[in-house]
Design a protein around this ligand. Sequence first.
Ligand SMILES: *Cc1c(COP(=O)(O)O)cnc(C)c1O
Length: 393
Amino acid sequence: MSKNKTYQAGRHFLQIPGPSNVPDRVLRAIAQPTIDHRGPEFATLTLSILDKLRVVFNTESPIFIYPASGTGGWESSLLNTLCPGDKVLAFETGHFATLWKNVAVKLGLEVIWVEGDWRQGIDAAVVEHHLKEDQSHEIKAVLAVHTETSSGATSDIAKIRKAIDAATHPALYMVDAVSSLACTELRHDDWGIDVTISASQKGLMLPPGLCFNAVSEKALAASKLSTFPHSYWSWDSMLELNKRGYFPYTPSTNLLYGLDEALCMLHDEGLATVFERHHRLALATQLAVAGWGLENLCVNPEQCSNSTTAVLMPEGHDADELRNIILDRFNMSLGMGLGKVKGTVFRIGHIGDFNELMLAGALSGVEMGLNIAGVPHKKGGVNAALEFLANSA
Ligand SMILES: *Cc1c(COP(=O)(O)O)cnc(C)c1O
């Protein structure tokens, strides 16, 4: 894109774990003329989107859509349901959990922060332990990141719900499903989630710019008692206007066109097929990493996510140097190591509108990059992935 760079033929490989590749159908939908967001045509669009979206969240409850990044979804979940000084329980699964915690701290919440090594999901037994200790029910919310995009580890959200129930604790259960929604199963209602937060630019295959709050009855009831000042994020006004297909302020009309199209595509393919596709591509990626003799940052194989794989560099080798070489030579962007794993890991996104041959290309680019960068590795990572893909359809 820069002026002094010559044209690079072919498509850019966007292998970061979000924003993910935006399908042409979605881009074309977004390119439609903007319409009156207070007119009848718009109301039909909104109501149809909300119907299709509820299937993806597996909920009958309201889902609020904001023109914002995922961070806005975090802020909204906390501001609407809690009061200044409330205690919340959160888990250091990685960079995104840390960012969400930071939002909570900045808003004036008291965070009980369970430290972690960024290499695994949340331990449900630890959740149960903390809640059982909290006899006086001072903890008002449990914050859990479903797929921790910085480490590639997915936590068992249903199991954590059981842990909360086992402690017979009334805390609200809030789940960040930003990089898991539409990549792996998420059941807002069945898993007793009170607020599910998500965003447009990952499994939903849209550009960044929309975030979501799916809210339970219990969360709505809590929102009536919340004393945080908030206006833009207010669920009340969203709820009222959404019922008729409208928003309290100008929505992101063109992204909603894109969302409508993306939801049609997800439902055409079938969510079960979408999850299965992500899972196969994730397994193939894990096999490639093992084939290269490199280490996966996520240490529990059953927690390795459908969305992204974080790969540890051998001692003395810089992940960002490798990523730069791969970008320069092969026009592929890989995810960088975030926060405290910067430089020590790179991430391969396998999320959204993505298929086997795209993965084969991406893994080939990594293998060639390892070679060029002189990173010690074994040959045959790509082969292992291809063998698996060929024989597991
Ligand atoms: C991408 C992502 C977010 C959202 O971040 P924004 O940059 O604000 O859109 C939040 N949580 C997780 C787990 C993510 O992967």
